[in-house]
Design a protein around this ligand. Structure first.
Ligand SMILES: Cc1ncc(COP(=O)(O)O)c(C=O)c1O
Length: 374
């Protein structure tokens, strides 16, 4: 509240010191050279796609098992969203499916892979779903061999880490650029919408700053069509005040995940529910459990039971993106991505906020037991 009061006293509501201070602190926290505050995760992605110059005639590869914005932004740029299936265990992009898809693509004269509709594939957008990083080394290797950019959807992964060829690297600092979301339900949530685009390259950061402000370099001189993608100074002040707590909050999420796993085994639930894939014991920071998503037998009936017991639960995501009505013209069909389709039918997210108490967690497990051991 004191940060908010200071902001009101300053009357600097658009950009200015509060946004710049937060951008610096956030860049340091996630180990990125540059951070540019954006009005949402969605707008951060749009700004990155604009800065990459992606538009009509282009295509970007992502997965069908993510929040809508990942593919929606690609489509809004006039480009074609291309989907490859996810891995069974992590539900992240499967590098084997990515390699297989690209190997089957025709190529333009300059070697750029082409989609079936002849769009030029320019980039890959892997999503660190539920707070765990994708197999980024494998994805980067494939991208390099086809000359594609990699941009990370790190909306759900603030504070997660990846262990690869370059050692341990925070989510968002693995590829050349990435975006984050500060939607209030995120692990670093604002008091409203907010997002961040991050990148390695100084000139790319300049372009991001330009496109977030209608492509303006000098006032009322527009080099490129951008948007109003600016992060509110008020949000910057709020999220900046929360940032020092991120580590402790993520640790709380990890503790709860471990308690769920232990409890499922202790009460004999493992034949009915499968917890999410666990990171290696010596590298727990690989997962920040933005969501704790289990696979459950008879999922829909279990959810009705949990709701009756007053326990919050949700499906992330009930309809994979290739089957969404608005993407019908892309020509995908049921059966195209069986792993994502099965996940949509079997997964349910359980409560996992840092403040969850042991008693509340036990109540969740007791309610699940009550359903299967009726
Ligand atoms: C994976 C993923 N990508 C993108 C977004 C978009 O972020 P926002 O809601 O801040 O626009 C979200 C969050 O909602 C998300 O979970």
């Amino acid at each position: 509240m004191s940060a908010v009061s200071r902001l009101f006293a300053s009357q600097q509501f658009i950009l200015g010191a509060a946004v710049e201070d937060f951008e610096r602190a956030f860049a340091a926290e996630v180990g990125c050279a540059h951070a540019v505050g954006m009005s949402s995760g969605t707008d951060a992605q749009l700004a990155i796609l604009m800065a990459l110059g992606i538009g009509a005639g282009d295509a970007v590869i992502t997965t069908p098992y993510t929040f809508f914005a990942t593919a929606g932004c690609i489509h809004r740029m006039g480009a074609e969203p291309v989907f490859v299936d996810v891995e069974e265990a992590s539900l992240n992009m499967d590098p084997a499916r990515l390699a297989e898809y690209l190997a089957g693509c025709a190529k333009a004269e300059d070697g750029t892979p082409l989609t079936r509709r002849g769009r030029r594939i320019r980039a890959i957008a892997p999503v660190h779903l539920f707070g765990m990083c994708c197999r980024m080394d494998e994805i980067a290797g494939i991208a390099e061999s086809y000359g594609l950019a990699v941009t990370e959807d790190a909306a759900q992964a603030v504070g997660a880490a990846y262990r690869g060829e370059r050692g341990v690297v925070p989510a968002g600092a693995i590829a050349e650029s990435a975006w984050f979301s500060f939607f209030p339900t995120k692990n670093l949530g604002g008091a409203g919408d907010g997002g961040m685009a991050v990148c390695r390259d100084e000139s790319f950061a300049e372009r991001l700053r330009m496109v977030r402000n209608h492509g303006m370099e000098k006032r009322y001189y527009h080099r490129q069509v951008g948007g109003n993608f600016r992060l509110d100074a008020l949000q910057a002040a709020v999220i900046h005040a929360k940032l020092p707590h991120l580590g402790e909050w993520n640790a709380g999420r990890r503790r709860h995940a471990a308690s769920y796993r232990k409890a499922f085994s202790a009460v004999g639930l493992t034949e009915f529910v499968t917890p999410p894939v666990a990171p290696p014991a010596d590298f727990e920071s690989a997962h920040i459990y933005h969501q704790f998503v289990i696979r459950a037998k008879d999922r829909d009936a279990l959810m009705v039971h949990l709701q009756q017991e007053g326990i919050g639960c949700a499906i992330y995501y009930p309809v994979p993106l290739h089957l969404q009505e608005c993407f019908a013209d892309l020509g995908y069909r049921t059966g195209d991505f069986p792993v994502a389709e099965r996940a949509s039918a079997e997964t349910v997210a359980l409560p996992i906020f840092p403040e969850l108490t042991e008693a509340e967690l036990e109540a969740v497990v007791a309610a699940i037991s009550g359903f299967y051991f009726r």
